[in-house]
Design a protein. Sequence first.
Length: 40
Amino acid sequence: RSCTLKDPFGHVWFLATHKEDLTQAEIETRAAELFRQMKG
């Protein structure tokens, strides 16, 4: 889950729930798969 908030001073904040810890290799693998899916 995530959301974006704007405070009274105009600052924009992005909040997200931490779901899992990933190794650098897992991050790279998932990113590559995401980009592959986006290319179609």
